[in-house]
Design a protein around this ligand. Sequence first.
Ligand SMILES: Cc1cc2nc3c(=O)[nH]c(=O)nc-3n(C[C@H](O)[C@H](O)[C@H](O)COP(=O)(O)O)c2cc1C
Length: 196
Amino acid sequence: MPTESGDVLNIVGFAGSLRSGSFNKAALNAAVGRAPEGVKINVLDISDVPFYDGDVENAGDPSSVKRLKDAVREADGLLIFTPEYNGGASAVAKNAIDWLSRTTGDSGSPIAGKPVAIATATPGGRGGPEAREHLIHVIGFMTDKLFMETLGIKSISGKVDAENRLVDEEAVEDLTNWLERFRDHIQDSRQNHDAA
Ligand SMILES: Cc1cc2nc3c(=O)[nH]c(=O)nc-3n(C[C@H](O)[C@H](O)[C@H](O)COP(=O)(O)O)c2cc1C
């Protein structure tokens, strides 16, 4: 359903985990199903995005990278669910972000000026605070519209069902409320931009 202004916000998201049973994928899929009023969330598949390589880039972005950059450039917001590995974000997430930090021809970086929200799901009891801090640090250099309120879903292995769907009521509610606040952040950043 559209917002008061009549727009439907297009948010794209990716999970920084490649494994099929990923909890971060489960949380991202739950976000799709729980997209707040006025928002559509589309999942980006980054499984075929290669390691960043300046030689590959100089020869022209591979189609997987082009698709990723185009999708983010056209979106109103970006949602990243990253695993926490050894106190930081996963290499898969960081690699996608590194590609997104790069310009293409005359177009700037797709992530520059983009509202971005960061979340982590962990089987452990801390919810990946270091991975989220890591990405705040990294992405804070790329956009002035970073949503500073991150989301950590802890102990997630006990919150999904046999089909890896997030079913824990409290976790789903927290996710839904957080997505609403991210939507409001996107709308506020647009208004501030229009007023400037
Ligand atoms: C190399 C490695 C390092 C990890 N380091 C952390 C960590 O620092 N903090 C944490 O909470 N979990 C850590 N874990 C556990 C991950 O949170 C867990 O494997 C999680 O399920 C990965 O996300 P995914 O389910 O989306 O693939 C680590 C796992 C691996 C394989």
